[in-house]
Design a protein. Structure first.
Length: 276
């Protein structure tokens, strides 16, 4: 169940990332995540009513705050890479790095993973690498975009591990702490770098939708990280390039090679294996 919930969250956030990426190309990688996170607060408010929180510890809020810092930095780096390179390339690179961090943590600190689940995790990471295979085609991604994607993936991995340390008794309050740190941080970064919050109104509708989807995905991922191994939840939460790549292929005309299509199919098979 952990793998399926994390996979559902990753498919939702992958679609949100596509919309964020489109907006970031015009509105910039700093204001886009800020506006998106503000738009997601409506869903977060509803989640506080839907999920009980019998005991909210300071540690839950602290880990939530750390995850917020990681999320803000990750999205700035991620959207910067997407604005400089092809979505169908930088998204899988970031995902592979984040999945590797989660898998490394799980292999060192967690026990009880069955053989089939381990095979599923390995297959999921391989699928990300396959989707990442750009090949010798026109418009290759600049090396700067690739390194930004790698760095963003590392912070996404920190995000996964931080949320996993929170308690189920805290409900969705760790996400409140996460937004309480990420939103002010994004505001400061916008004011320091751009000296204002510059956002293109034409991107508002897509960013609003992306922000709502990103928060919904965060709720699903938090559920998965608390109830299953971080290795499984983190790896399958990193399969968002599947939907990002497909949308970039369908809507933007970015070419998808046969090996990338194989990676998409392998990702779905990996989810089934890890869920057994």
């Amino acid at each position: 169940m952990t793998a399926l919930v994390a996979l559902l969250g990753s498919m939702i956030v992958g679609s949100a990332d596509f919309l964020f990426g489109v907006a970031a190309r015009r509105s910039g990688p700093l204001s886009t995540p800020l506006v998106g996170q503000l738009c997601g607060l409506s869903i977060l408010s509803l989640s506080l009513v839907a999920f009980d929180a019998p005991e909210v510890r300071f540690a839950d809020l602290a880990w939530g705050g750390i995850s917020g810092i990681a999320a803000a930095v990750a999205y700035i780096l991620f959207l910067s890479s997407m604005s400089k390179g092809k979505m169908s390339v930088v998204a899988p690179i970031a995902a592979a790095t984040g999945a590797a961090v989660a898998a490394l943590y799980g292999s060192v600190f967690e026990e009880g993973l069955g053989l089939v689940a381990v095979v599923g995790i390995v297959a999921a990471i391989v699928s990300i690498v396959l989707v990442c295979s750009e090949g010798p085609i026109e418009g290759n991604t600049p090396s700067k975009a690739i390194w930004l994607a790698v760095l963003s993936g590392g912070f996404f991995g920190i995000l996964f591990v931080s949320l996993a340390f929170t308690s189920t008794n805290a409900g969705m309050w760790p996400l409140v702490a996460s937004r309480a740190t990420s939103v002010p941080l994004l505001v400061v970064v916008n004011l320091v770098v751009n000296r204002s919050i510059r956002f293109n109104r034409e991107d508002l509708a897509g960013t609003v939708l992306a922000g709502i989807m990103e928060m919904l995905a965060s709720i699903l991922l938090l559920w998965a990280l608390r109830r299953g191994p971080v290795a499984i939840a983190g790896v399958f939460g990193s399969l968002y390039p599947t939907s990002t790549v497909l949308l970039a292929w369908i809507l933007l005309g970015e070419r998808l090679r046969s090996i990338q299509k194989l990676g998409v199919c392998l990702a779905l098979a990996a989810a089934v294996l890890a869920a057994v």
